[in-house]
Write a protein that binds this ligand. Structure first.
Ligand SMILES: Cc1cc2nc3c(=O)[nH]c(=O)nc-3n(C[C@H](O)[C@H](O)[C@H](O)COP(=O)(O)O)c2cc1C
Length: 294
């Protein structure tokens, strides 16, 4: 019985080999026939073009698969660099992974309650992906969607810079539509949840020299020490057309608009207003201010 089974397996393998050989023989015959055709023949032109496409597709797919882990690493490295940058902890000689591990603490926040969440893995949680997943996000009603982002993740990933137990910076992810693109960035605040340390936009496709000036270090420097909430509690921070007059009472809440880019500037104001409101991080910031006792 055992020998019979072995014999069957052996023949099955042999037949498979023969079939493979037969297929190869047919392919070789077809290849020789095509190569023997005149270079001007339609059949040869199409066959060569199709073969070339197949070979290139295989090469590109192999490269994409082989490079994927490197791309993921580079993306993570870049994100750490952006976070260190907005926290004011990035110099030319900074060892990014080491500085990030030592000085930055990532936390997940429930957007509705403002409480920290620990049921998910903070290292692997991707807020941008979550915002696109109906199970992990909520649709923003049109009337409230001032940043034009349609959906928001139920859980946000924030970053803290701490010295011992004392919070030095709160780094919040923000995004909103400009003129041509959704602009993704980070806003760094003091522990008071009211004073801006810095802002940076790491992913946007506004016009270089116009809306693209959101990445200009001189413009970014104008945000330092600006205040977010007016005494009424409303979000007062935003861009104005032209330059801020420092003698005006509301100058602490205003930042120069981007020249020739009124629409991108409005987009930046809108995203700040959205993410700093009760729809965004206001519940979380209230908890940070009171040490989680509110
Ligand atoms: C090629 C081109 C690219 C533009 N890119 C932007 C842009 O990135 N952001 C922006 O707000 N306006 C951009 N604008 C200008 C807008 O169309 C619009 O005129 C401008 O926002 C109005 O600003 P202003 O009132 O300061 O002139 C662009 C215009 C052109 C012709």
């Amino acid at each position: 019985m055992h020998n019979e089974k072995k014999c069957c397996e052996h023949y099955a393998k042999l037949i498979a080999k023969l079939e493979t050989y037969e297929q190869y023989r047919k392919f070789a015959a077809y290849r020789d026939r095509i190569l023997a055709l005149s270079n001007d023949s339609l059949e040869k032109t199409i066959a060569i073009a199709v073969s070339l496409c197949l070979v290139c597709a295989v090469l590109v797919s192999m490269a994409a698969v082989a490079l994927k882990p490197m791309q993921v690493d580079n993306k993570a490295f870049d994100m750490k660099k952006n976070i260190l940058d907005v926290a004011g902890l990035l110099n030319a000689d900074t060892d990014v992974p080491a500085a990030f591990a030592k000085q930055i603490e990532a936390k997940l926040v429930d957007m509705e309650t403002g409480n920290y969440v620990d049921k998910l893995d903070v290292d692997t949680y991707d807020q941008r992906k979550a915002a696109k997943d109906p199970a992990q996000s909520i649709e923003i009603p049109k009337k409230k969607d001032i940043a034009s982002i349609k959906r928001k993740a139920k859980i946000a990933k924030v970053y803290l810079v701490k010295e011992g137990d004392t919070i030095k910076s709160i780094i919040l992810p923000v995004h909103g539509y400009g003129l041509w693109s959704t602009m993704y960035g980070f806003l760094a605040l003091n522990a008071d949840g009211q004073t801006v340390q810095s802002i940076n936009f790491y992913d946007q496709a506004e016009t270089p020299g116009l809306g693209g000036e959101v990445v200009n270090p001189h413009w970014r420097a104008l945000w330092k020490d600006k205040k977010i909430y007016a005494e009424s509690g409303d979000v007062a921070l935003g861009l104005i057309k032209g330059n801020v007059d420092p003698t005006k009472a509301d100058s602490a809440y205003k930042v120069d608009g981007l020249a020739g880019a009124t629409l991108t500037s409005a987009g930046v104001t809108n995203l700040i207003r959205y993410w700093m409101s009760n729809e965004g991080f206001a519940p979380y910031l209230a908890k940070v201010r009171t040490g989680g006792k509110s």
